[in-house]
Write a protein that binds this ligand. Sequence first.
Ligand SMILES: Nc1ncnc2c1ncn2[C@@H]1O[C@H](COP(=O)(O)OP(=O)(O)OP(=O)(O)O)[C@@H](O)[C@H]1O
Length: 252
Amino acid sequence: MAGEPHLEVEGLSKSFGALRVTDNISIAVPRGELHAVIGPNGAGKTTLIHQLSGQLKSDFGRIRLEGADITRLQMPERVRRGLARSFQITSILDGFSVLENVALAVQARSGSSFRFFARAASEAALNAEAMEALARVNLIDRAHRTAANLSHGEKRQLEIAIALATGAELLLLDEPLAGTSHEESAALVALMQELKASHTIILVEHDMEAVFALADRVSVLVYGRIIASGTPAEVRDDPAVRAAYLGEEEAA
Ligand SMILES: Nc1ncnc2c1ncn2[C@@H]1O[C@H](COP(=O)(O)OP(=O)(O)OP(=O)(O)O)[C@@H](O)[C@H]1O
């Protein structure tokens, strides 16, 4: 339906024992928006991503993807519906080539549809799609390398290619810039800028320069609660945010 948010989260909560890690979170993300989620260490950002991806069951609340309630769906079903995450901890198969890593994701998405082809044709079709995803993330020239031999930044690009190859329209990116060099980070920021044109993105990231350059809107999570949500400028000027979060950065 026109006007329906691509992703809508309502009253989402998760506790570990007595600790309420995400607390009544509500966010609506229109199609095509890059929505950043920032907050201090331990605020609950990764837990929220796990709840959205289906890796963690929520205690309370609703998640809707284009209006459809996906709260109770398992991760593979969410992926099938176009929601995929790139992992903070790498999900790459080190012993396989870059191309094979992406081809596996294409195959997982396509399921049996490639079985109609003869084996060689099926492989060619898989590889062609995988190469397309690699082209999107500028990794074509690394296609035949063993994944283990990629640089850290290239591995992050590969993770995004794998998420794209699942056919995702909504990407959950959990700290894609963590541990990257200045150059790697610049390449990934440029890549996310490009992906914004075709994908809805939820980005958890500590690099404030990147967040404020990329985000259409930013939500600030502190102790599991959203204390502010708005444009980068609105969030930057919010006194509660400055006190709870950005102030902490300045003091560091
Ligand atoms: N499986 C778990 N069992 C118990 N506690 C957990 C579990 N996962 C996370 N926590 C706790 O929940 C809180 C939030 O963790 P989470 O990783 O979501 O924070 P975060 O905002 O992503 O932090 P960071 O920025 O450091 O990655 C932390 O106090 C963490 O110790």
